[in-house]
Design a protein around this ligand. Sequence first.
Ligand code: LLP
Length: 429
Amino acid sequence: MTASSTALALPGQPHIAYQGSELMVEGVRLSDLARTHGTPLFVYSKAAMLSALAAYQRGFAGRQAQICYAMKANSSLAVLQVFANAGCGFDIVSAGELARVLAAGGDPAKVIFSGVGKTRAEMKQALKVGIGCFNVESEAELDVLSDVAASMGLKAPVSLRVNPNVDPKTHPYISTGLKGNKFGIAHEDALRAYRHAASLPGLKVVGIDCHIGSQITEMTPYLDAMDRVLDLVADIEAAGIAIHHIDFGGGLGINYNGDTPPEADALWAQLLAKLDARGYGQRQLMIEPGRSLVGNAGVCLTEVLYLKPGEQKNFCIVDAAMNDLPRPAMYQAFHQIVPVSAKTGDGVVYDIVGPVCESGDWIGRDRQLVVQAGDTLAVLSAGAYCMSMSSNYNTRGRAAEVLVDGTKTHLIRQRESAFDTFALEQLVD
Ligand code: LLP
Protein backbone atom coordinates (compact mmCIF):
# COMPACT_ATOMS: atom_id res chain seq x y z
CA MET A 1 0.00 0.00 0.00
CA THR A 2 1.53 3.34 -0.94
CA ALA A 3 1.27 6.50 1.08
CA SER A 4 -0.84 8.22 -1.53
CA SER A 5 -3.33 5.38 -1.93
CA THR A 6 -3.65 5.26 1.87
CA ALA A 7 -4.37 8.99 1.94
CA LEU A 8 -7.21 8.53 -0.52
CA ALA A 9 -8.78 5.89 1.67
CA LEU A 10 -9.10 8.01 4.83
CA PRO A 11 -12.63 8.95 5.87
CA GLY A 12 -13.18 12.61 4.88
CA GLN A 13 -11.17 14.28 7.60
CA PRO A 14 -8.74 17.03 6.67
CA HIS A 15 -7.29 17.19 10.20
CA ILE A 16 -6.14 13.55 10.17
CA ALA A 17 -4.16 12.95 7.00
CA TYR A 18 -0.85 11.73 5.61
CA GLN A 19 1.99 14.12 4.93
CA GLY A 20 4.24 12.04 2.77
CA SER A 21 4.28 8.65 4.44
CA GLU A 22 3.53 9.96 7.96
CA LEU A 23 0.00 10.07 9.34
CA MET A 24 -0.57 13.35 11.16
CA VAL A 25 -3.21 14.71 13.48
CA GLU A 26 -3.17 18.41 12.71
CA GLY A 27 0.55 19.33 12.97
CA VAL A 28 1.65 16.31 14.99
CA ARG A 29 3.08 13.01 13.77
CA LEU A 30 1.27 10.03 15.22
CA SER A 31 4.48 7.99 15.24
CA ASP A 32 5.98 10.59 17.61
CA LEU A 33 2.95 10.41 19.90
CA ALA A 34 3.13 6.61 20.04
CA ARG A 35 6.82 6.82 20.97
CA THR A 36 6.26 9.44 23.65
CA HIS A 37 3.10 8.11 25.28
CA GLY A 38 3.03 4.42 24.39
CA THR A 39 0.11 2.44 23.02
CA PRO A 40 -2.83 1.87 23.00
CA LEU A 41 -3.31 5.62 22.77
CA PHE A 42 -6.35 7.64 21.75
CA VAL A 43 -5.53 10.85 19.91
CA TYR A 44 -8.11 13.55 19.18
CA SER A 45 -8.00 16.60 16.94
CA LYS A 46 -9.51 19.69 18.55
CA ALA A 47 -9.87 21.35 15.14
CA ALA A 48 -11.79 18.34 13.82
CA MET A 49 -14.25 18.54 16.73
CA LEU A 50 -14.74 22.26 16.28
CA SER A 51 -15.22 21.94 12.54
CA ALA A 52 -17.86 19.23 13.07
CA LEU A 53 -19.57 21.57 15.52
CA ALA A 54 -19.28 24.46 13.05
CA ALA A 55 -21.35 22.51 10.50
CA TYR A 56 -24.25 22.45 12.98
CA GLN A 57 -23.70 26.10 13.93
CA ARG A 58 -23.84 27.09 10.24
CA GLY A 59 -27.00 25.04 9.84
CA PHE A 60 -28.67 26.92 12.70
CA ALA A 61 -27.48 30.43 11.81
CA GLY A 62 -30.25 32.92 12.58
CA ARG A 63 -32.30 30.41 14.60
CA GLN A 64 -32.78 29.84 18.28
CA ALA A 65 -30.97 26.57 18.76
CA GLN A 66 -29.04 24.90 21.57
CA ILE A 67 -26.58 22.15 20.71
CA CYS A 68 -26.34 19.70 23.61
CA TYR A 69 -23.39 17.38 22.96
CA ALA A 70 -24.43 13.78 23.76
CA MET A 71 -21.43 13.14 25.96
CA LYS A 72 -21.87 9.37 26.11
CA ALA A 73 -20.00 9.40 22.79
CA ASN A 74 -16.84 10.62 24.50
CA SER A 75 -17.02 11.95 28.02
CA SER A 76 -13.36 12.71 28.69
CA LEU A 77 -13.14 15.98 30.61
CA ALA A 78 -10.97 17.86 28.12
CA VAL A 79 -13.33 16.88 25.29
CA LEU A 80 -16.26 18.26 27.28
CA GLN A 81 -14.22 21.39 27.97
CA VAL A 82 -13.74 21.97 24.23
CA PHE A 83 -17.49 21.83 23.66
CA ALA A 84 -18.39 23.83 26.79
CA ASN A 85 -16.02 26.60 25.71
CA ALA A 86 -17.65 26.57 22.28
CA GLY A 87 -21.05 27.25 23.88
CA CYS A 88 -22.50 23.75 23.88
CA GLY A 89 -24.79 22.29 26.45
CA PHE A 90 -24.75 18.56 27.22
CA ASP A 91 -27.12 15.63 26.88
CA ILE A 92 -26.46 13.41 29.89
CA VAL A 93 -27.77 9.99 30.93
CA SER A 94 -26.49 9.62 34.49
CA ALA A 95 -25.44 11.54 37.58
CA GLY A 96 -21.91 10.46 36.72
CA GLU A 97 -22.12 12.33 33.44
CA LEU A 98 -23.54 15.35 35.27
CA ALA A 99 -20.55 15.32 37.62
CA ARG A 100 -18.25 15.28 34.57
CA VAL A 101 -20.04 18.28 33.03
CA LEU A 102 -19.58 20.25 36.22
CA ALA A 103 -15.94 19.18 36.54
CA ALA A 104 -15.30 20.32 32.96
CA GLY A 105 -16.87 23.75 33.58
CA GLY A 106 -20.11 23.11 31.68
CA ASP A 107 -23.24 25.16 32.39
CA PRO A 108 -25.87 23.04 34.21
CA ALA A 109 -28.64 25.25 32.82
CA LYS A 110 -27.71 23.90 29.36
CA VAL A 111 -27.92 20.25 30.45
CA ILE A 112 -30.69 17.91 29.37
CA PHE A 113 -31.07 14.61 31.15
CA SER A 114 -32.12 11.66 28.95
CA GLY A 115 -32.50 7.95 29.70
CA VAL A 116 -35.18 5.44 30.65
CA GLY A 117 -33.97 4.67 34.17
CA LYS A 118 -33.17 7.81 36.15
CA THR A 119 -33.04 7.14 39.88
CA ARG A 120 -34.52 9.42 42.54
CA ALA A 121 -31.01 10.27 43.71
CA GLU A 122 -30.01 11.26 40.18
CA MET A 123 -33.13 13.40 39.78
CA LYS A 124 -32.35 15.13 43.07
CA GLN A 125 -28.78 15.93 42.08
CA ALA A 126 -29.87 17.27 38.72
CA LEU A 127 -32.57 19.45 40.31
CA LYS A 128 -30.13 20.74 42.90
CA VAL A 129 -27.77 22.13 40.26
CA GLY A 130 -30.63 23.44 38.12
CA ILE A 131 -30.38 21.49 34.88
CA GLY A 132 -32.27 22.80 31.86
CA CYS A 133 -34.62 19.90 31.18
CA PHE A 134 -35.44 16.28 31.96
CA ASN A 135 -36.31 14.22 28.90
CA VAL A 136 -38.83 11.88 30.48
CA GLU A 137 -39.29 8.46 28.92
CA SER A 138 -42.35 6.96 30.68
CA GLU A 139 -45.49 7.95 32.55
CA ALA A 140 -44.17 6.23 35.68
CA GLU A 141 -41.07 8.43 35.55
CA LEU A 142 -43.29 11.55 35.40
CA ASP A 143 -44.85 10.62 38.74
CA VAL A 144 -41.52 9.94 40.43
CA LEU A 145 -39.90 13.11 39.08
CA SER A 146 -42.87 15.23 40.20
CA ASP A 147 -42.66 13.67 43.63
CA VAL A 148 -38.92 14.32 43.96
CA ALA A 149 -39.18 17.92 42.71
CA ALA A 150 -42.20 18.73 44.89
CA SER A 151 -40.37 17.39 47.95
CA MET A 152 -37.62 19.93 47.20
CA GLY A 153 -40.17 22.74 46.66
CA LEU A 154 -39.30 22.82 42.96
CA LYS A 155 -40.93 22.26 39.60
CA ALA A 156 -38.84 20.08 37.30
CA PRO A 157 -38.66 21.31 33.68
CA VAL A 158 -39.74 18.38 31.50
CA SER A 159 -39.93 17.37 27.93
CA LEU A 160 -41.39 14.00 26.97
CA ARG A 161 -39.39 11.76 24.70
CA VAL A 162 -41.89 10.52 22.18
CA ASN A 163 -41.31 7.46 20.09
CA PRO A 164 -42.30 8.36 16.52
CA ASN A 165 -42.14 4.74 15.27
CA VAL A 166 -39.80 5.58 12.40
CA ASP A 167 -37.16 3.18 11.11
CA PRO A 168 -33.76 4.91 11.17
CA LYS A 169 -32.32 2.16 8.91
CA THR A 170 -29.30 1.50 11.10
CA HIS A 171 -27.93 -1.36 13.22
CA PRO A 172 -30.75 -2.86 15.35
CA TYR A 173 -28.78 -2.29 18.59
CA ILE A 174 -28.65 1.43 17.92
CA SER A 175 -32.19 2.06 16.60
CA THR A 176 -34.32 3.59 19.28
CA GLY A 177 -37.40 5.10 17.65
CA LEU A 178 -39.31 1.92 16.74
CA LYS A 179 -42.30 0.48 18.59
CA GLY A 180 -40.36 -2.51 19.88
CA ASN A 181 -37.67 -0.34 21.52
CA LYS A 182 -37.57 0.42 25.24
CA PHE A 183 -37.23 4.14 24.60
CA GLY A 184 -39.72 6.97 24.71
CA ILE A 185 -43.47 7.22 25.06
CA ALA A 186 -45.51 5.69 22.23
CA HIS A 187 -46.86 8.24 19.79
CA GLU A 188 -50.46 7.26 20.53
CA ASP A 189 -49.96 7.64 24.31
CA ALA A 190 -48.13 10.96 24.12
CA LEU A 191 -51.11 13.32 24.43
CA ARG A 192 -52.37 11.47 27.50
CA ALA A 193 -48.88 11.58 29.02
CA TYR A 194 -48.63 15.34 28.37
CA ARG A 195 -52.03 15.92 30.04
CA HIS A 196 -50.81 13.88 32.99
CA ALA A 197 -47.50 15.81 33.15
CA ALA A 198 -49.33 19.14 33.06
CA SER A 199 -51.50 18.04 36.00
CA LEU A 200 -48.62 17.10 38.31
CA PRO A 201 -47.54 19.62 40.98
CA GLY A 202 -43.78 19.08 40.65
CA LEU A 203 -43.48 19.44 36.88
CA LYS A 204 -43.39 22.23 34.35
CA VAL A 205 -43.80 21.11 30.73
CA VAL A 206 -41.27 22.90 28.54
CA GLY A 207 -40.69 20.79 25.47
CA ILE A 208 -40.93 17.68 23.36
CA ASP A 209 -38.09 15.35 22.41
CA CYS A 210 -37.38 12.51 20.05
CA HIS A 211 -34.28 10.50 19.16
CA ILE A 212 -34.68 7.71 16.64
CA GLY A 213 -31.27 6.05 16.57
CA SER A 214 -27.61 6.43 15.84
CA GLN A 215 -25.31 6.27 12.80
CA ILE A 216 -28.19 7.43 10.58
CA THR A 217 -26.94 8.08 7.07
CA GLU A 218 -30.17 9.12 5.33
CA MET A 219 -32.31 12.23 5.64
CA THR A 220 -35.70 10.58 5.21
CA PRO A 221 -36.02 9.05 8.70
CA TYR A 222 -35.35 12.49 10.23
CA LEU A 223 -37.90 14.19 7.99
CA ASP A 224 -40.51 11.52 8.77
CA ALA A 225 -39.82 11.74 12.51
CA MET A 226 -40.13 15.51 12.38
CA ASP A 227 -43.55 15.27 10.73
CA ARG A 228 -44.71 12.87 13.43
CA VAL A 229 -43.38 15.09 16.23
CA LEU A 230 -44.92 18.26 14.76
CA ASP A 231 -48.29 16.51 14.45
CA LEU A 232 -48.04 15.85 18.17
CA VAL A 233 -46.99 19.42 19.00
CA ALA A 234 -50.14 20.63 17.25
CA ASP A 235 -52.32 18.20 19.24
CA ILE A 236 -50.63 19.00 22.58
CA GLU A 237 -50.89 22.74 22.09
CA ALA A 238 -54.52 22.38 21.02
CA ALA A 239 -55.04 20.76 24.42
CA GLY A 240 -53.72 23.98 26.03
CA ILE A 241 -50.20 22.78 26.90
CA ALA A 242 -47.47 25.06 25.55
CA ILE A 243 -44.40 23.44 24.00
CA HIS A 244 -41.51 25.86 24.36
CA HIS A 245 -38.77 23.85 22.72
CA ILE A 246 -38.51 21.02 20.23
CA ASP A 247 -35.58 18.59 20.65
CA PHE A 248 -34.72 16.38 17.68
CA GLY A 249 -32.12 14.24 19.42
CA GLY A 250 -28.88 13.14 17.81
CA GLY A 251 -28.08 10.27 15.51
CA LEU A 252 -26.37 11.73 12.47
CA GLY A 253 -23.89 9.19 11.14
CA ILE A 254 -20.25 9.55 10.14
CA ASN A 255 -18.07 8.08 7.43
CA TYR A 256 -16.50 4.86 8.72
CA ASN A 257 -16.14 3.01 5.46
CA GLY A 258 -17.38 5.03 2.54
CA ASP A 259 -20.64 5.90 4.33
CA THR A 260 -22.17 9.08 2.95
CA PRO A 261 -24.27 10.74 5.64
CA PRO A 262 -25.47 14.26 4.90
CA GLU A 263 -23.44 17.15 6.33
CA ALA A 264 -25.07 18.59 9.44
CA ASP A 265 -25.82 21.91 7.72
CA ALA A 266 -27.35 20.19 4.68
CA LEU A 267 -29.52 18.01 6.91
CA TRP A 268 -30.68 21.03 8.89
CA ALA A 269 -31.41 23.06 5.76
CA GLN A 270 -34.01 20.41 4.90
CA LEU A 271 -35.34 20.07 8.44
CA LEU A 272 -35.62 23.83 8.90
CA ALA A 273 -37.43 24.13 5.56
CA LYS A 274 -39.98 21.66 6.89
CA LEU A 275 -40.23 23.48 10.22
CA ASP A 276 -40.75 26.78 8.38
CA ALA A 277 -43.34 25.26 6.09
CA ARG A 278 -45.28 24.00 9.08
CA GLY A 279 -44.96 27.27 11.00
CA TYR A 280 -42.50 26.12 13.68
CA GLY A 281 -39.32 27.68 12.28
CA GLN A 282 -38.95 30.24 15.07
CA ARG A 283 -39.33 27.79 17.95
CA GLN A 284 -36.46 27.13 20.32
CA LEU A 285 -34.71 24.06 18.91
CA MET A 286 -32.45 21.61 20.67
CA ILE A 287 -30.34 18.77 19.34
CA GLU A 288 -28.25 16.05 20.98
CA PRO A 289 -25.49 15.04 18.56
CA GLY A 290 -22.76 12.75 19.84
CA ARG A 291 -20.92 10.66 17.24
CA SER A 292 -21.05 13.29 14.49
CA LEU A 293 -19.14 15.77 16.70
CA VAL A 294 -16.30 13.48 17.79
CA GLY A 295 -16.29 10.21 15.83
CA ASN A 296 -14.03 11.19 12.97
CA ALA A 297 -11.92 13.44 15.22
CA GLY A 298 -10.17 10.55 16.98
CA VAL A 299 -7.86 7.63 16.27
CA CYS A 300 -6.55 4.83 18.44
CA LEU A 301 -2.88 3.98 18.04
CA THR A 302 -1.84 0.40 18.61
CA GLU A 303 1.43 -1.48 18.27
CA VAL A 304 1.77 -4.67 16.26
CA LEU A 305 2.99 -7.32 18.72
CA TYR A 306 3.13 -10.44 16.57
CA LEU A 307 2.31 -11.63 13.09
CA LYS A 308 0.87 -15.12 13.15
CA PRO A 309 0.41 -16.71 9.75
CA GLY A 310 -2.15 -19.50 9.52
CA GLU A 311 -3.67 -21.93 7.07
CA GLN A 312 -7.03 -20.16 6.93
CA LYS A 313 -6.24 -16.75 8.34
CA ASN A 314 -3.22 -14.61 9.03
CA PHE A 315 -3.44 -12.79 12.33
CA CYS A 316 -1.94 -9.43 13.15
CA ILE A 317 -1.93 -9.32 16.93
CA VAL A 318 -1.91 -5.78 18.33
CA ASP A 319 -1.81 -4.30 21.83
CA ALA A 320 -5.32 -2.73 21.65
CA ALA A 321 -8.26 -5.02 22.24
CA MET A 322 -12.02 -5.26 22.59
CA ASN A 323 -11.77 -3.60 26.00
CA ASP A 324 -10.36 -0.48 24.28
CA LEU A 325 -12.34 -0.69 21.03
CA PRO A 326 -15.56 -2.59 21.78
CA ARG A 327 -17.54 -1.60 18.66
CA PRO A 328 -16.37 -4.40 16.31
CA ALA A 329 -17.14 -7.09 18.91
CA MET A 330 -20.49 -5.52 19.87
CA TYR A 331 -21.88 -4.38 16.53
CA GLN A 332 -19.58 -5.96 13.94
CA ALA A 333 -18.61 -2.33 13.38
CA PHE A 334 -16.00 -1.36 10.80
CA HIS A 335 -13.08 0.94 11.59
CA GLN A 336 -10.41 1.63 9.00
CA ILE A 337 -6.96 0.55 10.14
CA VAL A 338 -3.88 2.11 8.58
CA PRO A 339 -0.15 2.32 9.36
CA VAL A 340 1.06 5.56 10.95
CA SER A 341 4.17 5.33 8.75
CA ALA A 342 3.04 4.03 5.38
CA LYS A 343 5.27 1.57 3.55
CA THR A 344 5.24 0.41 -0.01
CA GLY A 345 4.70 -3.22 -0.91
CA ASP A 346 1.95 -5.64 -1.80
CA GLY A 347 0.72 -6.34 1.68
CA VAL A 348 -0.80 -9.41 3.26
CA VAL A 349 -4.40 -9.92 4.33
CA TYR A 350 -4.76 -10.15 8.10
CA ASP A 351 -7.39 -10.28 10.78
CA ILE A 352 -6.32 -7.64 13.27
CA VAL A 353 -6.95 -8.95 16.76
CA GLY A 354 -6.16 -8.02 20.35
CA PRO A 355 -4.70 -9.97 23.27
CA VAL A 356 -8.03 -10.59 25.06
CA CYS A 357 -8.96 -14.24 25.51
CA GLU A 358 -12.07 -14.32 23.31
CA SER A 359 -12.55 -15.04 19.63
CA GLY A 360 -14.80 -11.98 19.59
CA ASP A 361 -11.75 -9.85 20.28
CA TRP A 362 -11.15 -8.58 16.79
CA ILE A 363 -10.67 -5.05 15.56
CA GLY A 364 -10.67 -5.55 11.80
CA ARG A 365 -11.12 -8.52 9.50
CA ASP A 366 -9.51 -9.28 6.17
CA ARG A 367 -7.40 -6.14 5.97
CA GLN A 368 -4.51 -5.84 3.56
CA LEU A 369 -1.48 -4.37 5.30
CA VAL A 370 2.23 -3.98 4.77
CA VAL A 371 3.24 -4.47 8.35
CA GLN A 372 5.76 -6.03 10.73
CA ALA A 373 6.02 -6.48 14.48
CA GLY A 374 6.82 -3.19 16.20
CA ASP A 375 4.91 -1.06 13.70
CA THR A 376 2.18 1.29 14.89
CA LEU A 377 -1.29 1.15 13.36
CA ALA A 378 -4.02 3.77 13.64
CA VAL A 379 -7.62 2.63 14.09
CA LEU A 380 -9.60 5.46 12.52
CA SER A 381 -12.95 7.03 13.39
CA ALA A 382 -12.35 6.09 17.02
CA GLY A 383 -13.39 9.36 18.66
CA ALA A 384 -16.91 8.19 19.55
CA TYR A 385 -18.10 5.24 21.62
CA CYS A 386 -14.61 3.79 22.04
CA MET A 387 -12.91 5.28 25.11
CA SER A 388 -16.31 5.95 26.70
CA MET A 389 -17.26 2.28 26.27
CA SER A 390 -13.89 0.86 27.23
CA SER A 391 -13.49 -1.51 30.16
CA ASN A 392 -10.87 -3.23 32.28
CA TYR A 393 -11.70 -6.72 30.99
CA ASN A 394 -8.69 -9.04 31.40
CA THR A 395 -7.39 -6.48 33.95
CA ARG A 396 -6.19 -4.28 31.16
CA GLY A 397 -5.70 -0.68 32.20
CA ARG A 398 -7.54 1.79 30.04
CA ALA A 399 -5.59 3.61 27.33
CA ALA A 400 -4.13 7.09 27.64
CA GLU A 401 -5.61 10.00 25.66
CA VAL A 402 -4.00 12.96 23.93
CA LEU A 403 -5.68 16.06 22.55
CA VAL A 404 -3.89 17.75 19.66
CA ASP A 405 -4.35 21.47 19.07
CA GLY A 406 -2.29 22.60 16.08
CA THR A 407 1.27 21.58 16.92
CA LYS A 408 0.53 21.38 20.67
CA THR A 409 -0.27 18.11 22.38
CA HIS A 410 -1.97 17.67 25.74
CA LEU A 411 -2.02 14.41 27.64
CA ILE A 412 -5.66 14.54 28.80
CA ARG A 413 -5.82 11.14 30.50
CA GLN A 414 -2.99 9.07 31.91
CA ARG A 415 -2.74 5.41 31.14
CA GLU A 416 -4.38 3.32 33.87
CA SER A 417 -2.02 1.05 35.78
CA ALA A 418 -2.92 -2.44 36.95
CA PHE A 419 -3.07 -1.01 40.46
CA ASP A 420 -5.64 1.59 39.35
CA THR A 421 -7.87 -1.21 38.09
CA PHE A 422 -8.13 -2.85 41.51
CA ALA A 423 -7.61 0.14 43.79
CA LEU A 424 -11.20 0.00 45.11
CA GLU A 425 -11.10 -3.72 45.91
CA GLN A 426 -10.41 -5.36 49.23
CA LEU A 427 -9.22 -8.73 50.43
CA VAL A 428 -11.25 -10.41 53.18
CA ASP A 429 -9.81 -11.49 56.57
N1 LLP B 1 -29.62 11.35 22.45
C1 LLP B 1 -30.00 10.18 22.97
C2 LLP B 1 -31.20 10.12 23.79
C3 LLP B 1 -29.25 9.02 22.72
O1 LLP B 1 -29.64 7.86 23.22
C4 LLP B 1 -28.08 9.10 21.92
C5 LLP B 1 -27.25 7.91 21.66
C6 LLP B 1 -27.71 10.35 21.41
C7 LLP B 1 -28.52 11.47 21.68
C8 LLP B 1 -26.48 10.56 20.57
O2 LLP B 1 -26.55 9.85 19.38
P1 LLP B 1 -25.41 10.02 18.27
O3 LLP B 1 -25.50 11.44 17.73
O4 LLP B 1 -24.13 9.77 18.92
O5 LLP B 1 -25.75 9.00 17.25
N2 LLP B 1 -22.53 2.69 21.19
C9 LLP B 1 -23.19 2.78 19.90
C10 LLP B 1 -24.06 4.03 19.80
C11 LLP B 1 -25.09 4.13 20.90
C12 LLP B 1 -25.92 5.38 20.82
C13 LLP B 1 -26.74 5.56 22.04
N3 LLP B 1 -27.53 6.75 22.09
C14 LLP B 1 -22.12 2.73 18.81
O6 LLP B 1 -20.95 2.65 19.12
O7 LLP B 1 -22.45 2.75 17.63
